[in-house]
Design a protein around this ligand. Structure first.
Ligand SMILES: [Ca+2]
Ligand SMILES: [Ca+2]
Ligand SMILES: [Ca+2]
Ligand SMILES: [Ca+2]
Length: 261
């Protein structure tokens, strides 16, 4: 009888170990990276990359007010100010959408496409797709404020974007395709090639502006403080299934269920 109970006990013990193991595996399968800041990106279906941000009105806006590689103090708002938004769609899972609004008093564009891009006014989108948190995992897309230059991993094939300039105001609307062919200076060329956004997934993100004037880069400034290539100075970008879709009037689209309530 004792042997019988003992074997029941060991079966229980094995079962509970198995359950713990299954739970651990399923929890670690969901990305749970916890960097200091988090942006929860929601869905925009039917995005139109046209530089008009009407489909973005319900997205969280984060200011570019953290110094990165260059700059000793924050610039005056008229010299530089900026903000960004991020979204995605489950129907288009290899792409990440961005809206970035910049105010910059002087446009510097002194280098050709894909050369010393950090010394021309430009916005950089940098990713740690696999949460490896090391430099060798980071990938950079850079888009010139001239509305033309693709640099680093950015290419015409992997980036759909429109930049609208009205005086000192620049509006970027961008869709970055992690799976598309990388540009001529791709850095860690294979990182993120299998990326697919899905509800609950977290990756690392830094996005920021190279603000240049008088032949040099005066500030690098964005959402997260710390060096652009320091993988620990990134924020969590988490994809959430909630929809940001708006009706043409600009109101949130309501379902009949929500209206009845
Ligand atoms: Ca648009
Ligand atoms: Ca400036
Ligand atoms: Ca240039
Ligand atoms: Ca500038």
């Amino acid at each position: 009888m004792k042997t019988y109970y003992r074997s029941i006990d060991s079966i229980r013990c094995i079962l509970s170990l198995l359950i713990t193991l299954i739970l651990t595996v399923s929890i670690t399968n969901v990305s749970i990276a916890k960097r200091e800041k988090e942006y929860v990106a929601k869905q925009i279906d039917n995005i139109k990359i046209d530089g008009k941000l009407n489909e973005w009105v319900n997205a969280e806006v984060v200011n570019f007010d953290q110094l990165k590689d260059v700059g000793v103090e924050l610039p005056k708002a008229s010299d530089f100010s900026g903000n960004g938004r991020v979204a995605w769609s489950a129907n288009d899972p290899t792409r990440i959408y961005f809206a970035v609004e910049i105010t910059d008093d002087k446009l510097q564009d002194i280098n050709p496409d894909n050369a010393r891009w950090w010394e021309d006014d430009s916005v950089e989108f940098m990713f740690d797709f696999d949460n490896e948190m090391v430099r060798a995992a980071l990938v950079q897309w850079t888009l010139g404020a001239n509305g033309k230059d693709h640099s680093a991993a950015a290419s015409r094939e992997n980036t759909e974007w429109v930049l609208i300039r009205e005086g000192t105001k620049y509006t970027y609307e961008v869709a970055i395709d992690a799976a598309g062919p990388r540009g001529p200076n791709p850095g860690n060329a294979n990182a993120g090639k299998d990326f697919k956004a899905k509800d609950g997934l977290t990756i690392g993100l830094s996005f920021h502006m190279n603000d240049c004037e008088n032949g040099q880069r005066q500030h690098q400034i964005g959402w997260i403080a710390g060096q652009a290539w320091d993988a620990l100075a990134y924020g969590d970008l988490t994809f959430d299934k909630e929809s940001l879709d708006v009706e043409p009037s600009g109101k949130l689209a309501l379902t009949w269920g929500a209206i009845k309530r």
